[in-house]
Design a protein around this ligand. Structure first.
Ligand code: DLL
Length: 435
């Protein structure tokens, strides 16, 4: 069967005006549908004093109320669904850290749209027929594994449905089946690289790996550079959340922002009061799903902090980009009144050659004062040095962190292999003030 050529499909490079027309038409349809089919949205619209006929242009989207993760939890499991349950062909469930999990339902059309979005994304990363993609995200209730699996099959690639864990076997199969790409969390790929080294295998020289599709957790540009240099691959950022379907969007070969398919999603970036930020300013992402059927979301406050870029990309795609996710609004630590994102700390650490890839951030309180400790693994070579050198290194890291954070931190150096490794999303922050 001939495969769809996703790069040559007209929509990838459709003029912005045309994309906006599609968005306006779909937004009107969406508002009509949810008003008719969902008690939840009808009530919300009434509270906001808005009716479907008030939504005529794209700018009218700001008249609509926001939706929050809490709404999904409060309506557990399926009260926000907009189709009868017999049209739902799949559920995914994300376990939140607090309270009830969120359940997302998919119609056949939702699965097709998700698959197509990922097929477009993987095409943008230069993958296609002939590639062998090792999917090392969790399969099951988590969306990463199945989402990438379907997307990879759609572009005609061969899929190795590995899932997470069993790291030595992952490396053996990567070699034996000649994987050209791997999809997993950046922290898991770093762990895999360490395990490969212990097995005496160089991923750079002794595998066919050329691309990694990394996401599901924040990671810095500096970490990307390390991954690319040490493993001899191109590492692309992939983004999505379970509520929006799962992984959906990636960077293109330019590696300068993540393309969001405008024919299916309408983006806004807002401040904490919900007002739009100025163009090019950082804020929280709010997404309206224009094609989702089972669980459409209107102005969904994702919680992630990013910058929207509407400029046309060098790759030729006209779809807007979101710039690297700085983290979740609720991951931000406030230390003695100063806002600190874990990703800022990661960026600093990864520029220091003696520092390994793993670190942990601990926020605590001593008396009335907040304290921030950063535990840092140092490379084997640096650790075997003299105590005086280690102390010098500690001071150097503290100095570099202070330059960026404008805040004093305490740095503790630990030996390689001491900090916990993760196979899925890594937990880099321990906030003891909350315990
Ligand atoms: O993590 C879906 C996914 C799977 C994305 C595989 C990419 C690859 P959730 O478990 O609902 O869904 O978590 C979504 O993870 O709101 C972000 O805070 C974070 N996140 C996801 N991708 C990135 C990324 C999946 N590329 C939450 N950079 C999101 C930074 C990311 N954070």
């Amino acid at each position: 069967m001939p495969m769809l050529d996703y790069w040559n499909s007209r929509i990838e490079r459709a003029p912005l005006d045309e994309l906006r027309e599609i968005q306006a038409r779909k937004l009107r349809q969406l508002v009509d549908t949810v008003y008719r089919s969902s008690q939840f949205y009808r009530k919300r619209f009434k509270e906001a004093g808005v009716k479907p006929e008030d939504i005529k242009t794209l700018d009218d989207v700001t008249k609509l109320p926001f939706t929050f993760k809490k709404d999904l939890r409060d309506n557990y499991p399926t009260n926000m669904f907009c189709v009868p349950l017999n049209q739902v062909v799949r559920f995914h469930v994300s376990s939140g850290t607090t309270g009830k999990p969120t359940v997302v339902g998919y119609t056949r059309g939702d699965i097709d749209c998700w698959t197509t979005s990922l097929a477009r994304a993987l095409t943008a990363c230069g993958l296609g027929r002939g590639d062998v993609i090792q999917v090392s995200y969790g399969y099951g209730l988590f969306t990463g594994g199945l989402g990438l699996h379907y997307g990879a099959e759609e572009i005609g690639a061969s899929v190795i449905p590995m899932g997470v864990g069993n790291t030595e076997r992952q490396i053996e199969l990567m070699q034996d089946l000649h994987a050209t790409a791997i999809a997993c969390t950046p922290s898991y790929l770093l762990h895999m690289n360490e395990v490969a080294k212990k097995m005496g295998i160089s991923i750079k020289d002794e595998t066919d790996l050329k691309v990694a599709i990394l996401g599901a957790e924040p990671w810095s540009l500096e970490t990307r550079k390390r991954i690319e240099d040490t493993m001899g691959i191109k590492a692309y950022d992939i983004y999505g959340t379970s509520e929006l379907s799962g992984p959906l969007f990636t960077e293109c070969k330019e590696q300068n922002g993540i393309h969001v398919w405008a024919d299916h999603f309408l983006l806004e970036v807002v401040d904490k009061n919900g007002d739009p930020v100025k163009e090019g300013q950082r804020g929280e992402l709010a997404v309206t799903t224009l094609s989702k059927e089972a669980l459409p979301l209107i102005r969904y406050r994702v919680g992630d902090i990013t910058i929207l870029n509407n400029e046309e990309c060098e790759c030729g795609r006209t779809h807007p980009r979101i710039m690297r996710i700085l983290g979740r609004a609720d991951d931000m630590l406030i230390i003695r009144g100063i806002n600190v994102f874990p990703s800022q700390i990661e960026s600093v650490l990864m520029t220091i050659p003696e520092v390994g890839e793993h670190f942990q951030i601990i926020a605590d309180r001593s008396g009335e004062l907040d304290e921030l400790t950063v535990r840092v693994e140092v490379t084997k070579a640096a650790f075997s040095d003299k105590l005086a050198d280690l102390m010098k290194l500690e001071k150097k890291i503290e100095y570099e962190l202070h330059k960026v954070l404008n805040l004093s931190t305490k740095v503790e150096l630990v030996e390689t292999g001491t900090l916990p490794r993760s196979q899925g999303k890594s937990q880099k922050v321990i906030d003891k003030r909350k315990i």
